[in-house]
Design a protein. Structure first.
Length: 255
């Protein structure tokens, strides 16, 4: 796997509008929904919260990196995707004889956020969605490295999940949250860190503010946290029980 140079990061969760607010561990109750200015008003009426979340963190990461979202490759990583919308649609089958609305149907598929971001930005380039359970963060980074090795340019990786609704879980679970990384194969003036080859090993579960240690994308949040603090060393990406994936992080990335 080629090294990944991180040129911008993004983060959002209720109470925390960006990674600096989250690191401060002082939630703002006014931060209830992602601004997602990337999504035009004509689309906002149709999209899901998960789509708004993807747009928000992608815009944060690309702004910091001066990456062009109209041409950058887009990799969406999510263990469960649009699980809330899908469950809502399935429940509607038992409540009426009619078919679900076309909007609810196409909003229920796993790659919905990637599709809407590409529509909003006019990006006709590479876009994909990855689901690999507790290994989703590592799988998305490997996918981005493959794309950059083949095509060059920029790649924006978004990792996100929402709470899993009943009947699939009886506990509240981790809150809605997302992280994003704007990546390139070569270092740039804006490079914040370099992610070296991923390896398998035993890594400790990260200590994360906002109840995110049990989130499916906890590894991505740990990586964004370490990058924002400009630290170097191994970062566990998950799974955290037994052998999982570990990323070697070098602050600054070097030239």
């Amino acid at each position: 796997m080629i090294s990944l140079h991180v040129n911008g990061i993004g983060f959002w969760s209720p109470g925390y509008g960006d990674v600096n607010a989250w690191r401060a561990a002082a939630p703002d109750p006014a931060v209830r929904a992602p601004a997602a200015a990337l999504i035009p008003s004509a689309l906002r009426r149709r999209v899901t919260t998960l789509t708004l979340l993807a747009a928000e963190v992608a815009a944060q990461a690309s702004a910091g990196a001066a990456a062009d979202l109209t041409t950058a490759a887009f990799v969406l990583g999510s263990a469960y995707g649009e699980i809330g919308c899908a469950v809502e649609m399935m429940r509607s089958f038992g409540e009426s004889e009619g078919m679900p609305s076309p909007t609810r149907f196409h909003n229920s598929v796993h790659n919905t956020p990637a599709a809407y971001v590409s529509i909003a930005t006019g990006n006709r380039g590479f876009s994909t969605a990855i689901a690999a359970g507790a290994e989703t963060t590592a799988a998305a980074l490997i996918e981005a490295a493959t794309v950059l090795a083949d095509r060059g340019g920029d790649a924006v990786v978004v990792l996100l999940d929402e709470p899993v609704p009943g009947p699939f879980t009886r506990s509240p679970g981790a809150p809605l949250a997302a992280a994003a990384l704007a990546l390139s194969a070569a270092p740039r003036a804006a490079t914040l860190a370099r992610v070296g080859a991923l390896r398998r090993g035993r890594g400790l579960a990260p200590e994360l503010a906002g109840g995110l240690a049990s989130h499916p994308c906890a590894g991505a949040f740990a990586l964004v946290d370490a990058i924002s603090r400009r630290v170097s060393g191994p970062v566990a990406l998950g799974p955290f029980e037994g052998e999982g994936w570990i990323a070697e992080l070098e602050a600054g990335g070097g030239r």
